[in-house]
Design a protein around this ligand. Sequence first.
Ligand SMILES: [Zn+2]
Ligand SMILES: [Zn+2]
Length: 174
Amino acid sequence: MALGESSEALLRALMRELSVRLPVPCGHHEGASIAEPPRVPGRDQLDADKLLQQVEGVPRADDALLVCLCAEDIGNRIFSYFFGRARLDGSAVLVSLARLDPRFYGLPPEEAILVDRAIKEIRHEMGHSAGLQHCLDPDCLMHFSPDVEALDLRGAEYCADCGSVVSRLFAPAL
Ligand SMILES: [Zn+2]
Ligand SMILES: [Zn+2]
């Protein structure tokens, strides 16, 4: 599901890339929305934890993991921002596109960079929802990235250990 203003073309590109990389079918949860997303008091941001809780409560037909792509910046009272948020073994993933967009840093728009970062971040948060903590391997998708430079440097795949946990959960039949 998408929250806020994101172009159709961008969402389509993300769906296409995700479908290629995920071992399970991936579809757009049309119509799912949150009327008044919770905000962090005093900041121009959505409250990542409260919003994640609401996204987890969005009804869906099956037990599919719900990925919410949010156009606005997200944070909470303690952390000034997150790229994404997910609970260990949770049923939803929240990713904000705001700080993944080169325009946030005063750079020209470049959709390929935004898509690449968003896919990495979605799969990182999916790893948390599969029960994974951060990984010490700097090339692994589950390595912690505090900023976009680190996100760009981090590998685009899980290490063998993290990958086996994710594929066990998301593709039990494989
Ligand atoms: Zn993480
Ligand atoms: Zn790993």
